[in-house]
Design a protein around this ligand. Structure first.
Ligand SMILES: Cc1cc2nc3c(=O)[nH]c(=O)nc-3n(C[C@H](O)[C@H](O)[C@H](O)COP(=O)(O)O)c2cc1C
Length: 188
């Protein structure tokens, strides 16, 4: 398999189930800026650090790397539309959305599962992305169930469990009913 083919690599890595976050900050024009990401993850507990990777092809790339910080909204189960809104390229993604400026001036969106107000800590250029590590300076708790992202689709935990049961049923259906005869199958 050609690991240098971006489509192949993307398809295989999509089996790595993640959550989805909407990251917000303030752009050069003083207006809110946002993006749906699944590269977000925890980095360190002491100091409290988190990180995500911004695509260098992002239309507002320069503003993301200049930003003094960002807010991470861990998307909750009922926020699939929010992911679609923030996955669009360009345009005003905040148009008609309920948001408010937070204590550090960053845009806050409600109903997130977890909200983290963060200050930029370190940046690392990494191929076609830049890794933005930030220190968490404020945390807010929300609905427990977060939306997941698996095989290229946003999914709830319940949907993933259904997919898992369906996959198991197919495996059972295709299991040979007679005793395997070849040494290889016996070994299995
Ligand atoms: C589930 C999901 C995960 C994504 N993860 C990232 C990511 O980690 N980093 C990134 O830069 N873009 C990511 N994107 C793409 C951005 O959301 C999208 O390219 C961006 O919002 C386009 O906007 P822009 O060109 O206006 O910046 C992801 C999109 C989706 C749907």
């Amino acid at each position: 398999m050609n690991h240098k083919d971006p489509q192949t690599l993307r398809r295989l890595l999509s089996r790595w189930t993640t959550g989805v976050a909407v990251i917000t900050t303030v752009g050069r024009d003083g207006l809110p800026l946002g993006k749906a990401v699944n590269s977000f993850h925890s980095v360190s507990l002491d100091p409290p650090l988190v990180g995500w990777c911004v695509d260098v092809r992002s239309t507002r790339y320069d503003e993301w790397v200049e930003a003094p910080g960002y807010v991470v909204h861990v998307v909750s189960e009922g926020q699939t539309d929010l992911v679609k809104r923030f996955a669009r390229s360009g345009g005003d993604k905040f148009d008609g959305l309920d948001w408010e400026p937070g204590p550090f001036g960053m845009p806050l969106i409600s109903e997130a599962s977890v909200r983290l107000d963060c200050q930029m800590w370190k940046q690392v250029e990494a191929g076609d992305h830049t890794y933005l590590i930030a220190e968490v300076i404020e945390v807010e708790d929300g609905p427990v169930s977060a939306l997941l992202f698996h095989a290229g689709q946003p999914r709830t935990l319940g949907e993933l469990a259904e997919l898992h049961s369906a996959a198991q049923a197919v495996t059972t259906l295709h299991r040979p009913r007679v005793a395997p005869t070849t040494p290889l199958l016996k070994a299995l």
